[in-house]
Design a protein. Structure first.
Length: 447
């Protein structure tokens, strides 16, 4: 019998995990990647450089890395649509447990997924967290049984060609995002919808009741529809998080900052409740102890009565807005970065109305591949009447220490200095984590 011929298109974290998986099952694997300086396994077959997408029709299976749009493969290889899969697709195809909770949305996925996993773990379940957070799920496939639980955070990049839906699927707030990757907003919404499309009447679709796009996405399949932030899902009644007539905890007891995290908490409670976990002690213990993920409104320094928060994960205008709304104190805000194809008018208006003392704009004005959108952001801020701006938009971009020093110079005792860029990081940094690490180091070096 001929060995299965597999092309791994994109050799990143998922690609390496996929290599291990297909190697164990005896496949004939070729690593295809645009980069030519990759560290690959000894004796691995490769197709690297500009021609990495050529001739993929000779393979039986094409495993697409999440960051590569399927259309780029199909433009070079028009007849291979039925051969394209992904790491997540393969995991869902072979996973031995039905106890899978999938979480998507524009922002809040990591926080909500972590809360769900924490609640299940506190209740004594065997839980693995993967997808866009944690480990690529094929790495822990061998540890799972029919009684295991899996929580998957899933981005639109991973969902655009998804072929299997989880038992419980959660859609958080959805707003325009990644329009530099997707053809348009309709494709972005369609990608999110695939998480729900294969659900049956035995499954559950949890969605944010107040968000029309979330409601539309959850309606894509045949699952029972359960809203959150509204009964019968978890909701906030006064200052109490409540579900099914039972009080879980108060919003004051949450360690997570911001009203948007009330939504994430209610989404997590609703998801585990619908999955059959009714252990209020485990749910409460998780909600009142979880303080958030790195670079998610993270307090990293305090000096001279000023608190410094790192929200590098916030890469859209909407996430910057909720970060502004999380603090009543006067704020010095660091904004700017590369373009995601979205407007800034609402962010500019929020800056004008949310006690923002000053804005420091950063940007690399000569990145040919990911140009800074900060000049556009500055023009929008000024058009909305916000003039308290220090503009550090320069060839090569300013140093992080320059940006932080400019913010510190404007801050007064009792203020918050907040990095919540409202933009992607790629004009100056490889990713939001690199940006976050650089700013944490610079904040902590103050004083």
């Amino acid at each position: 019998m001929d060995r299965l011929k597999v092309a791994l298109v994109g050799y990143d974290t998922e690609g390496r995990a996929s290599y291990d998986y297909y190697n164990v099952v005896g496949a004939d694997i070729t690593i295809c990647d645009q980069k030519t300086d990759l560290a690959v396994p000894a004796d691995a077959a490769t197709q690297l450089g500009d021609g990495y997408l050529d001739g993929l029709d000779r393979f039986d299976v094409i495993v697409r890395t999440a960051g590569l749009p399927p259309r780029l493969i199909l433009e070079k290889n028009p007849g291979v649509a039925g051969k394209i899969t992904t790491h997540v697709n393969e995991f869902l195809r072979v996973c031995p447990t039905r106890n899978i909770i999938g979480v998507t949305g524009t922002k809040g996925k990591g926080t909500t997924s972590s809360l769900i996993a924490g609640m299940l773990e506190a209740a004594g379940k065997q839980v693995r967290l993967g997808g866009n957070i944690g480990l690529p799920p094929l790495t822990f496939l061998g540890e799972l049984t029919a009684d295991s639980w899996v929580v998957l955070e899933l981005s639109s990049f991973q969902l655009i060609d998804l072929e299997h839906s989880p038992h419980v699927a959660v859609c958080l707030m959805v707003v325009p995002e990644h329009l530099n990757w997707h053809k348009d907003m309709a494709e972005y919404v369609a990608a999110k919808s695939r998480l729900f499309e294969q659900q049956t009447s035995d499954d559950v679709a949890v969605y944010l009741a107040d968000n029309p796009i979330s409601t539309e996405i959850a309606a894509a399949g045949a699952a029972q529809k359960i809203p959150y932030f509204r009964s019968p899902g978890a909701f906030v009644n006064g200052n109490l998080i409540t579900i099914d007539g039972q009080e879980v905890c108060t919003t004051d007891e949450l360690q997570l900052l911001g009203r948007h995290n009330w939504q994430n908490a209610c989404a997590a409670v609703t998801a585990v409740w619908q999955a059959g976990l009714r252990d209020l002690a485990a749910i409460r213990a998780t909600l009142t102890s979880f303080s958030g993920l790195p670079y998610h409104l993270e307090l990293v320094h305090e000096l001279g009565g000023v608190r410094y928060y790192n929200d590098s994960f916030g890469t859209t205008p909407e996430t910057a807005i909720v970060a502004l709304e999380a603090f009543t104190q006067p704020k010095v805000v660091i904004l700017g970065g590369s373009d995601k194809g979205v407007p800034f008018d609402q962010l500019a208006e929020a800056a004008r109305t949310n006690n923002v003392r000053h804005i420091v704009l950063m940007g690399n004005s000569d990145n040919p591949h990911n140009p800074s959108v900060s000049p556009k952001l500055e023009a929008t801020l000024r058009a909305h009447g916000f003039e308290a701006i220090t503009s550090l938009i320069t060839p090569g971009g300013p140093s992080v220490s320059e940006v932080v020093a400019a913010a510190q110079a404007q801050a007064q005792p009792g203020d918050v200095v907040l990095l919540s860029a409202g933009c992607a990081s790629f004009d100056m940094f490889p990713n939001y984590k690199a940006r976050g690490a650089a700013f944490t180091e610079a904040f902590q070096a103050l004083g």
